[in-house]
Design a protein around this ligand. Structure first.
Ligand SMILES: CC(C)(COP(=O)(O)OP(=O)(O)OC[C@H]1O[C@@H](n2cnc3c(N)ncnc32)[C@H](O)[C@@H]1OP(=O)(O)O)[C@@H](O)C(=O)NCCC(=O)NCCS
Length: 175
């Protein structure tokens, strides 16, 4: 019997990516309310411990159960501090899974986001057999676009996720 595809545990040189759980509420309250997160990803309305727990249940945990992948908690291998989230998402409006990432500002500029994203993409190819991964970003999110282009993503298309919302830039990567 073949095992269901699973991309909920990944390791790299400096990082461990593991499943998010409800006990990550303090870290998520911090990350989801960072001005950078609200500005470039959106306000998830997560202000309390219970709302953070619900975010984990309805978002990452539901995605792991349904797809075998989802946003993961990125921890430093040395010391174990949670520093960001990174993983694949599956949205109804996109044919391919897309790469998502967000890190606490204290950990920007150290190559952690690139390292985490590369590990997820390698596992997407090797474990899930994916041939293509998408990425969507605000057109003015220079840090995100720079990272995506370093990872090899290309494309100038735009896509609207929800009615009335501004168009996002869609990039693609062939694995
Ligand atoms: C997007 C985001 C994750 C990018 O983070 P980042 O730290 O700039 O990305 P990286 O991990 O790739 O770091 C790269 C920088 O670290 C530097 N760096 C330092 N040490 C490094 C190392 N050992 N290896 C690689 N790069 C290193 C690089 O020079 C590079 O700087 P440059 O791009 O100016 O050349 C971050 O800005 C963020 O969390 N933003 C808010 C959320 C968000 O917008 N998410 C994306 C939604 S689509």
């Amino acid at each position: 019997m073949s095992e269901a595809p699973d991309l909920t545990a990944v390791e790299s040189r400096r990082l461990v990516l593991r499943r998010l759980c409800e006990d990550d509420h303090a870290f998520l309250l911090d990350l989801l309310n960072q001005p950078s997160f609200v500005r470039f990803i959106g306000d998830r309305g997560v202000r309390t411990v219970e709302q953070a727990r619900k975010y984990v249940r309805d978002g990452p945990l539901a995605s792991y159960a349904r797809h075998g992948f989802g946003l993961l908690c990125v921890e430093l291998r040395r010391g174990g501090a949670p520093i960001g989230i990174c993983g694949l998402l599956k949205r109804d409006v996109l044919d391919d899974p897309d790469l998502g990432f967000a890190f606490l500002p204290d950990y920007w500029g150290k190559g952690y986001a690139q390292e985490a994203a590369q590990a997820v993409l390698d596992a997407a190819r090797d474990r899930l057999g994916l041939r293509r991964v998408a990425a969507i970003t605000q057109p003015d999110n220079a840090a995100s676009i720079r990272l995506l282009e370093k990872l090899g993503f290309v494309g100038q298309d735009t896509v609207g996720l929800t009615e009335g919302e501004s168009e996002l830039r869609l990039l693609m990567l062939a694995l």
